[in-house]
Ligand binder design. Sequence first.
Ligand SMILES: O=P(O)(O)OC[C@H]1O[C@H](O)[C@H](O)[C@@H](O)[C@@H]1O
Length: 450
Amino acid sequence: MNVDIGNALASEASPGVSRASLERLDDQVAQAHERIERGMENAEHGYEALNLPERTDPDEIRTAVEPVADAEALITVGIGGSSLGAATIVDALESDTETVFLDNVDPDWISRRLESLPLEETAINVVSRSGTTAETLANFLVVREAFESEGVDWTERTIVTTGESGPLRDLADRHDLPSLKVPDGVPGRFSALSAVGMVAAAVCGHDLEALLEGAAAERETLTGSLFDCPAYAYGATTYALDQRGAGTNAVMPYAESLETFAEWFAQLWAESLGKDELGQTPVRALGVTDQHSQLQLYRAGPRDKLVTFLTAGTDENRPIPETDVEDLAYLGGSTLGDLLEAEFEATEASLAAAGRPNVRLEIDRVDEYELGGLLYGMEAACVLAGELYGVNTFEQPAVEWAKKATRGLLGGGVSESDSDSEARRDAERSDGEFEEAEAVAEKSELRVER
Ligand SMILES: O=P(O)(O)OC[C@H]1O[C@H](O)[C@H](O)[C@@H](O)[C@@H]1O
């Protein structure tokens, strides 16, 4: 992964960040790097995620998926960090296996997905770190029942990835399902390069070693200076821009296959950095589609944004056929690739000319190696940014609050068997807040009915 921060630097046109202030920030980056290295060495919670390139065992994952390796379709049931890493990898890469991700609990959508799949040729990949997430468990029970009602033995077609204990672990043990463990010390949104993200990749036949090798190569670039390390250059620059008012980070991949990456990034950035009234709001965009939708705002709206472009090289190309329509003559002889590149360069330049800071992430091509590097690089960037903000990057108490509230509304409580002690603590802590918020919500109700 390469990073170009040139368009984030202050110039006559742009209030961005000056080179001198980045040099000053580099001292903090060096200290943060020491903290990160120490955390990795001691396998501390969260920092351990950056050790995954060496810790993940591809053979173990391939062995677990062996019984369903020839599946025509794969349903992954999980949400947030238990879904978006896998989705980013399989959406980016070509495979003959049809992949479906069930995270939302919209009954319409789920019914349509289940009706469209050949269930006797479909595998199920259930993923939940805590093993207690309501959406995942409910969706899994629904999927299981759909298999049963078609006479398909779901126990022959299911792989479970979860923590050491908890309801999902119990279920896997009870039915003797092939199962993998979410590695200790690795929060969901940092787990793409473990079984959590890689079971789906394995079923789709992707090269797991290359994913990990790309990540390991990125790990080698982590040094104590933002000027030598692409991941830290990105983390430090986005932090510095946020300090100067760029509270929104619009992430805009220019390869259609990387659209899901922006979703994965959004969770990583929002849940890791959005605390203590700090953080930067991630927005998902797609080049060129959003040039015709959001770009007006990015170039002429409030000066509170950074745009992160993501480009990928490709060998694929398609010539644009010549036409005798005079106004379209300029397209003839070019390719779709030329057009895409011109669109990207024009957009980047148009933002720079308007003094709107932007950063470019580049990968050589969309393959396993480059994706591994990209995911790892962004995780390292996020950990670095968390150190600079001074927040606890690896917890998410605000989300746990809503999880608890959902459970409460359905008549459940904090599960005694909750395997995720951190989640459990957060959920318990939010007890009083829930009652208070409920009371406020009731008082301020204002309905407008037809
Ligand atoms: O993996 P699970 O325990 O099912 O959790 C799935 C997701 O749940 C919550 O929304 C957390 O905030 C996320 O960080 C997590 O990825």
